[in-house]
Design a protein around this ligand. Sequence first.
Ligand SMILES: Nc1nc2c(ncn2[C@@H]2O[C@H](COP(=O)(O)OP(=O)(O)O)[C@@H](O)[C@H]2O)c(=O)[nH]1
Ligand SMILES: [Mg+2]
Ligand SMILES: [Zn+2]
Length: 293
Amino acid sequence: MGEAKIKGLVIKKYSSFYYVQDDKLDIYECKLRGKFEKQLVLTGDKVLITVLEENKGIVEEVLPRTNELYRPRIANVTMVLIVMANDFPLPSLSLLDRLLFLAYFNDIEPVIILNKSDLKMSNDAQIINDYYPRLNIKLVNTSTKTKTGHKTLEFLLADEVAVLAGPSGVGKSSLLNLLISELNIKTNEVSDKIGRGRHTTRHVELFALSNGGLIADTPGFSTLGLPVVDKYDLASYFPDFAEYSSECRFADCLHRKEKECAVKERVAAGDIIPSRYDNYLLMLEEIIENERY
Ligand SMILES: Nc1nc2c(ncn2[C@@H]2O[C@H](COP(=O)(O)OP(=O)(O)O)[C@@H](O)[C@H]2O)c(=O)[nH]1
Ligand SMILES: [Mg+2]
Ligand SMILES: [Zn+2]
């Protein structure tokens, strides 16, 4: 007679243990069935486990992944929180556009967070605040100082597997601390039991919010090399360009030096902000350069 298998998600790896959370937010401390190579099971993996006794189990099977990030090493990410500050440091529009591209390329929903809303918006923060929501990108203004906006953020995280991204100093760690101070008690108990901070090999850990959302404890996309992408496809990951590119005169328009380019016309008309276009051109050059090798 086979034991019942249940489905869960790996929220943490620690030495040869895998902590698997089921949909009731119960956590099982699991070993792998012998046939698995350790490194083939990632944080974020959806797995089937056999429950042995209370809160212990064996990982039997890894279910297919929707995606896989390398830094941090994590599977099945559904959301990336791109954090910029109103000021101190000034937001980076080029990093923002790059992270947005990477999110769309990996089929991950981007959410922009403008943190430090207690400070006056810099010009570039104002541009972000005004322009990107027009592309149907969710944007949340937060302050970890005055504790505002994090409830909205938490709401958006329901049932998502999220990573934070963005430059240093914008408040990613502060936001994480604010979000997980409302952590589900069970996760805290498991964390205490296995002695967080004592281990030498550092694995990414997903923190569970009470609404089923999970958030990684280390920033994502820390390597910013562009993936292999066809130069003709780049604009399709810029929703504001994709909208107009069918109106370009040439079907294979790269929106660079071509005549009668609808994208360039939209830039000239002010419908697409110049920084977006400049950042597109920089990424295009990089892709063309990469194609040579
Ligand atoms: N004024 C203000 N400062 C903040 C806010 N959030 C974080 N900080 C400060 O910004 C600095 C960097 O924060 P940290 O969370 O370490 O940023 P990280 O490098 O992105 O993880 C720290 O000095 C924080 O106290 C905020 O909402 N408002
Ligand atoms: Mg940090
Ligand atoms: Zn064009």
